[in-house]
Design a protein around this ligand. Structure first.
Ligand code: CO
Length: 307
């Protein structure tokens, strides 16, 4: 991997870490989640990078792909388990990182389980583990805390302008002998749950991404498509971003999105949830495997610069 590219990944990871610190300060009980998401994304831009996807603020049984709607008024509840998943890119090179917060002591262990699983997985990396060994460590660590792993969510590769690139890295013990390859970037992200250990798609989505641009007749759809191709490329975007950037009315937005989905120009990322009433936690960090070894991406900037 060229030095220049490594530097871009590092910059993305360092800004992501600062965005996490900023997010933690802001996400207090009664915080307005719409405002928090917008402010975190704004922070990333001010630091000289861009969000690689809309800030995901997934609550309780929702494991991923929940971001506030453009007209949403949801506040953070003291009893909530909130997953904060942030992506930052510099010139398309992405760092992906997540943590979980709660203000309820009863949920502390659930969060600790995930953090410990992620830490153990990262500790293994210099020893060149197989994906199966990573999954086994994650699953066993979370099980030792008395929780289930979400089986159908996994870590992933990171490619330029592609947030979820192959391979998928299991969070469960599997007979998977693949190993991390030099010159590539990856994200590891365990999820622990009090539910079934299996997420399903809800009927609701407000995150989308370009699939295949083609000529569309509807004028709202055309405007959205042109904007997405230019500004987000193949990276996911939120409905609220379009409302803000294109000053679209609710009507125009709905018609445009509907058209683009029907024509398969864009795809939707529905909210992924475990069973109602359950709680899910998440922890995530990214790394690149360079000739010199493992370079963790999300961390204090000064610490990252030393390596
Ligand atoms: Co990820």
């Amino acid at each position: 991997m060229e030095k220049e590219i490594i530097e871009k990944y590092r910059k993305a990871g360092c800004i992501l870490y600062e965005a996490q610190v900023y997010a933690k300060k802001m996400l207090k009980p009664n915080a307005n989640l719409f405002e928090c998401a917008e402010k975190i994304e704004e922070f990333i831009v001010k630091k000289g990078a861009k969000p690689a996807f809309p800030v995901n603020l997934s609550i309780n049984e929702n494991a991923a792909h929940q971001t506030p709607d453009w007209n949403e008024k949801t506040m953070l509840n003291e009893e909530d388990v909130l997953k904060v998943d942030i992506g930052v890119h510099v010139d398309g090179y992405i760092a992906d990182g997540a943590f979980t917060i709660t203000y309820a002591d009863k949920h502390r262990k659930l969060i600790e389980a995930c953090e410990e699983a992620l830490k153990k997985a990262f500790d293994m990396l210099p020893k060149d583990p197989t994906f199966g060994e990573i999954g086994k460590t994650i699953e066993e660590t979370i099980a030792a805390y008395g929780f289930k792993v979400v089986q159908n969510l996994s870590g992933h590769g990171l490619a330029r302008y592609i947030q979820h690139a192959p391979p998928s890295i299991p969070n469960i013990a599997k007979n998977d002998s693949r190993r991390f390859e030099e010159g590539h970037a990856y994200a590891i992200e365990p999820f622990a749950t009090t539910g079934d250990g299996y997420v399903r798609e809800s009927g609701k989505a407000n995150i989308f991404a370009l699939e295949e641009p083609r000529a569309v007749r509807n004028s709202y759809a055309r405007r959205i498509l042109a904007f997405v191709e230019e500004h987000y490329k193949t990276l996911p975007f939120a409905e609220r971003w379009l409302v803000r950037e294109l000053k679209l009315s609710e009507f125009a937005l709905k018609i445009g999105i509907k058209n683009l989905l029907r024509e398969k120009c864009i795809k939707a990322y529905p909210i992924l949830h475990d069973k109602p009433g359950s709680f899910v936690s998440q922890a995530e960090n990214s790394f690149i495997k360079s000739e010199k070894g493992i370079v963790k991406l999300v961390g204090p900037c000064a610490e990252l610069a030393k390596k």
